[in-house]
Ligand binder design. Structure first.
Ligand SMILES: C[S@@+](CC[C@H](N)C(=O)[O-])C[C@H]1O[C@@H](n2cnc3c(N)ncnc32)[C@H](O)[C@@H]1O
Length: 251
């Protein structure tokens, strides 16, 4: 079972449904500590620019590169003249031309060979000493131990094995090393307003979205998960906010 999110369609509701400014500011604050204070940064898969714009300073130029015109339309309002349509696996930047590349909530979306291609491209466009910073292990962010976590964990076990997520930290450690990138730091940020409710998790699962990493999930397993979610108390009460991990590497 494979679901692919259409970000052109999603653009209009993206910011409001991903924690809005609170999540964006938390992500940008954590990123800021990993990035050089000066130079040119490309935020790859930067989407609506809701995170990217917080990274821009008088000494730091931030370019949003994204494949979705719908998302970029919003990014262009936040960073005029600095939103470019680009495939993350074929970046429109010269070799060794950037001081940092960021990938927030991108690597987990792609199949492993494309994630690896993004890392290869990041290493190509970074100047020596430049920084790649990316969210990793996104599936592990919801670890509050709440009742929806237990059901999603079961679904991951049923549908994911033996699949290793593209942004698995150990996998990325190997991929980055083979591209000449050296680990620098890890940090975390809270996905404010991203706590799941039983109803919105059921919606996402039933819709087939976010299931690219669950290729073996059967309809029977999915139906059982949906029934268990429907039986939980507080169907519209958000559970624990997730905590996302950011890692950085130096070229
Ligand atoms: C989950 S959103 C994250 C957006 C932004 N980084 C944020 O944190 O708000 C993923 C973004 O990656 C973009 N994307 C997906 N595949 C891509 C690719 N191959 N090249 C460039 N952008 C891509 C999507 O269009 C979308 O805007």
């Amino acid at each position: 079972m494979v679901g692919v999110l259409d970000y052109d369609t999603e653009a209009g509701r993206y910011d409001a449904t991903r924690g809005g400014e609170a999540r964006a500011l938390a992500a940008a604050t954590a990123l800021d500590a990993l990035l050089p204070a000066t130079g040119v940064i490309a935020d790859i898969g930067g989407g609506t620019g809701i995170v990217s714009r917080h990274l821009a300073t008088p000494t730091r130029t931030v370019i949003v590169a994204d494949a979705s015109t719908g998302m970029l339309t919003l990014a262009a309002r936040r960073l005029p003249g600095r939103a470019v349509r680009a495939d993350a696996t074929r970046l429109p930047f010269a070799d060794a031309s950037l001081h940092a590349v960021t990938c927030i909530w991108l690597l987990h979306l792609l199949p492993p060979h494309l994630t690896d291609a993004v890392i290869t491209e990041a290493a190509r466009v970074l100047a020596p000493g430049g920084i790649l910073a990316a969210t990793i292990g996104k599936n592990n962010a919801h670890q509050g131990g709440d009742d929806t976590d237990a059901i999603l964990h079961r679904v991951h076990q049923q549908g994911g094995a033996p699949h290793i997520p593209s942004d698995d930290p150990e996998r990325l450690a190997q991929v980055t090393a083979t591209r000449g990138l050296t680990p620098q730091a890890t940090t975390t940020f809270t996905g404010h307003g991203q706590g799941r409710t039983p109803n919105n998790l059921a919606y996402d699962l039933a819709d087939g979205r976010h299931l690219t990493w669950l290729p073996h999930l059967t309809q029977t397993d999915l139906d059982a998960a949906l029934a268990d979610l429907a039986a939980l108390p507080g169907p519209d009460v958000p559970r624990t906010d997730p905590v996302y991990t950011l890692a950085s590497w130096r070229r």
